[in-house]
Write a protein that binds this ligand. Sequence first.
Ligand code: HSE
Length: 346
Amino acid sequence: MRTAMIKLASIGFGTVGQSFTKILHDKKQMLKDRYDLETKLVAISDVMKGSVMDKDGLDMTELLRLVSETGKIDDYDGGVKGLDSVETINQCGADVMVEMAWTDLETGEPNITHMKEALNAGAHVITSNKGPIALAYKELVELAKKNGVQIRYECTVMSGTPVLSMAQENLTGHVINSVKGIVNGTTNYILTKMENGGSYDVALKEAQELGYAEAEPSADVDGWDAVGKTVIMANALMGASLKPGDVEREGITGITLNDIMEAKIQGKHIKLIAHAWREGDEVKAKVSPEMVDEDDPLASVKGTVNAITLTTDGLGDVTIIGRGAGGTETGHGILSDLLAIHRSRK
Ligand code: HSE
């Protein structure tokens, strides 16, 4: 079989961008042997680390070395330097644009702009950013359709643990009546530590040190991150048209050690639960702390681990448990999206 070549552009070269590049490099032979796929990284653009484009392909090892040693890619030998992200997207000729840039969760920018530019340029888009998908899902999907390309966003919920594609590609014959689960690792880590007698403040600091917590802790502890993920699941899996403001929201800052111990005495666990469900023709959603029974699969989900129970008309409950964040985990989710695009091009 003839080997296919996919040209990639990475917009964003932080933890996720670097992890994805390393995976592409380390799994190069496997991708060729197993899937007849070769990849060529033709551009990277990162607002902090610099930008370089070479249509003949960039040297991934050298880029990873430079960024780890100097924090920048400006000293890369060759290529066109200094293009901004939009110029890069429009000039690099990539088949797939991987969008991993820093995001403003309130506006979804500059990511929504990056994605629109790439889709209009005829490139497939893969993103790990939940903001733009939570805020502009329908618009982006319609634009992708109009341009005959795909937009894929597996990593926006539970990073590389396949919830969205599993539901969209393997539960296709079912109606999903509810999605319910633990989608924020930081708050689950804090609640698990508190269950074991630990303090909220220490646990939050540990989650930050582990690299799980968002830069602004309110995004986790007040439930905003979970709201974004809930909106994505409701819209992508249940056909809803929710916006973050439609989701009833309560975080975990009001939960005391006493509440957790009281629940424990009743054989229950307090978890920050993200839930979207059908009510008549509507889909409703909320994020709030709930008491979960010991025999619920969600009760066994500890620490930074995430889990989602999808309630389907044909199979009943299907629960997926796995990691929900991390560079390598997210990088592998991007790779699974890339392979899905590769399959569809064949
Ligand atoms: N802050 C998020 C979490 C990271 O704690 O789950 C993954 O989106």
